[in-house]
Structure formats: C-alpha cells, structure tokens
Design a protein. Structure first.
Length: 381
C-alpha cells in the first residue's frame, strides 16, 4: 500500500508540472470535460469502488482546494471523516493474542465419529471414553466441536427420524405395478413387475396378453417361491387399485402375513418407485426396440432387469457390492472344488505307488538308449 501511494503521488506531481506549461484555455476545456464525466458517474446507480490509495489522495487534495470548490469532489465531508475513523481504528488495533490452542484435526474427527456411531453418548461419556484411550480433553471442547459440525445433543441424536424409520421399513417392502407394451402388430401385452424399495432391485417380471385373475394370482405364488429361495423377508406390498389385482392376488400375500397397502385413487406418486422404473425401462430399452411377441418381450425385460440390478450405477449403489461379494464367494468355492477334485487322484496315486518308482517315458531317442546302456555296463561289477 505504501509503495502504491508513493507511485501515485509521483504521477500526480508529474502531471502538475505538465500543467504549468499548458495554456489557460486548454486547462479550462479539460476541467469542463472532467466535470461532465463526474456528472455522468454520479448518475450511475452503483458507486465506483475506491481503493485506500485513492482515498488518501482525495483526502490530501481536499485540503488544498478552497471551500467553494469542495462541491466538485465525488465524496462528501462525512465520507472523509469516516475514512479517518477507519484509519484510526486500524492504527490502534492491537495484534491478536492467541488463546487456547485448537485441538488436532484427527482428535476432532475421532470425537465426531464417536458421537455419530453412538447416538446415546453425551459429552461426558465421550470424554470418559477418550480418557480410557489416554486422551485428555474437556467436555466444553467436545461440546463446541459437536455444535460447530451440527451434531445435536445425545437425546435428540438418539431419536428415530422419519428417514431412518422409512429406511427400516423399506428393507421388507415391495412395490408392484402393470405397464403395457404395444407390439409391431398393434397388439397389447401387459407386464407385471415387483421392485424392492430398499435396493431398487427388480425381483420378478412376467408378461401376458390377457392378465386374468388366475394368472396374476399364479405370478404372486411364483414371487413368493422366488423370495423363499433367497430367504428374503417381506412384510409390506404396495400396489394401486387396479381391478387386475383381485382378491386371490392379495390373499396369497395375506396368508403369509404380508400387509397389502393400496395407494389412493389416481395418485401415481404414492407408488413412485414403480413409476420411476417404468419410465426408465421405456426410455432406455423399449422405446428403442420393436416388440413382435410375448417371448421376445420377456427376454428383453429379463436382460434389462439383469442390467438394472447389477450394472446401473444409481440402482446398484446398495446391492452392487453385495452381489460382487457373492460372485467372488461363488468363484472361490468353484476354485476350491476344482482343486479338491484334482488333489484326490494325486493322493490316491501317491498312496498306491509308495514302493515303486514311476515309469519313464517309453519314447526315447537312439542316442539316449546307448548312453543308458553304457552307464549300466560301467556300473556293473
């Protein structure tokens, strides 16, 4: 700031020296131009920002101007006084004295982790656990760290929120719905699907040109058998009030202790997960193909459901890692089975031929036979 002030002061002095050699007429014309530019600037809605150096030069020039010419300045006298008060405030500001040193970032991260992973722990409990680890910290510091990062106290932190409650219920909840596909021959095929709310996984898909009550009930039984094979629990089933979901369909699930929830009339947002999947399968698959038969549609939906469950990033964020672990476990079990099947013949051979030497290959060259005969003749007594 000091060097910029000196530089501007020298520039203004040089301009003053240049003005001494100019005529009075040119000076008056320049003054008129500058006054007009000043009037234009004053009409602007936003004022120009002044740097500290500009403020110092304007304050110094205001002392040299007569009282009658102070109105030509772009600032008011009150502004000059305010600038002076800011300089005085900056001049008499004492350096900041550091107080208690801040805690280490790793210690703060540990405090936050203890508070988030243990919602029932208060400030003093966290302090006690840290003392057990050999770390000395006050309860006030722990409280300040938690408040700074937006972590509420233990009673409010341990409350069950609606989000947690819905996530717990979503683990055992399925949603189902119908959607139609028009074939190339202008025939309509109905597709029934079931989607898990927790993992967004497509559990079952079936197609038919005539969705009767008996067919829908049979698909419900097929779904129950599929879930029983996976040991997947089911407590709630969500579907709309379509007449195709007859009494037999609901009875299959009610007999197993599953609560059937029907959405309100003309409320597709109440079954948003199913509606979202219908939009995805139409945009990404069905709108790009011509369907000719029910078997082709079943094959297309089966392949897309496999892609949706395993490879699509948004839907696979919860169960993609789980399926990868299952695939790795299956591969490991297959490798162990192959190793065990290969190890059995070797063990049998080693146990049966303990006193006999393995036979040499029967195919030998003529030179090899001579060398062996020569060795045998030299070793004989």
């Amino acid at each position: 700031m000091v060097w910029s002030f000196v530089y501007l002061a020298l520039c203004r002095l040089l301009q003053l020296v240049v003005l001494l050699f100019r005529s009075e007429r040119s000076k008056e014309l320049e003054i008129l131009v500058l006054r007009h530019e000043l009037a234009i600037l004053r009409r602007q809605p936003r004022r120009a920002k002044l740097r500290p150096v500009d403020r110092a030069i304007l304050a110094a020039l205001s002392r040299a101007l007569p009282r009658s010419a102070l109105g030509s300045l772009s600032v008011r006298p009150a502004t000059l006084l305010r600038w002076h008060r800011e300089l005085v405030k900056r001049r008499w500001t004492y350096p900041h004295r550091p107080g208690r040193p801040r805690l280490d970032r790793r210690l703060q991260a540990l405090i936050l982790r203890l508070a988030r992973e243990n919602p029932g722990w208060g400030y003093r409990r966290i302090v006690g656990e840290l003392q057990g680890l050999g770390i000395s910290v006050s309860a006030t510091s722990v409280r300040a760290i938690l408040l700074r990062h937006g972590v509420p106290p233990a009673p409010r932190r341990d409350e069950l929120s609606w989000r947690k409650f819905l996530r717990q219920q979503a683990a055992t909840t399925l949603a189902c719905d119908f959607f139609t596909v028009e074939t190339a021959w202008l025939t309509r095929i109905y597709a029934l699907f079931f989607i898990s709310l927790e993992s967004r996984r497509i559990e079952f898909v079936a197609c038919t040109p005539n969705p009767t009550g008996a067919w829908v009930t049979q698909q419900a039984r097929n779904l129950r058998m599929t879930l029983d094979d996976r040991n997947q629990p089911l407590r709630f089933l969500i579907h709309d009030r379509d007449s195709k979901f007859g009494g037999g369909f609901d009875h299959v699930f009610s007999s197993e202790g599953v609560t059937v929830i029907r959405t309100p009339i003309q409320a597709p947002n109440a079954n948003a997960h199913a509606e979202r999947w219908v939009g995805s399968v139409r945009r990404e698959c069905l709108d790009r193909l011509l369907i000719f038969s029910r078997r082709q549609l079943e094959q297309v939906l089966r392949v897309y459901a496999r892609h949706y469950n395993r490879h699509r990033p948004r839907t696979a964020r919860l169960h993609f890692a789980h399926e990868n672990r299952q695939a790795q476990t299956r591969n490991r079990c297959e490798q162990d089975r192959i190793r065990s099947s290969l190890a059995v013949p070797y063990s049998v051979v080693s146990s049966t031929n303990t006193n006999t030497r393995p036979e040499r290959p029967s195919i030998q060259t003529h030179r090899g036979r001579r060398s062996r005969r020569g060795l045998s003749s030299t070793r004989a007594p």
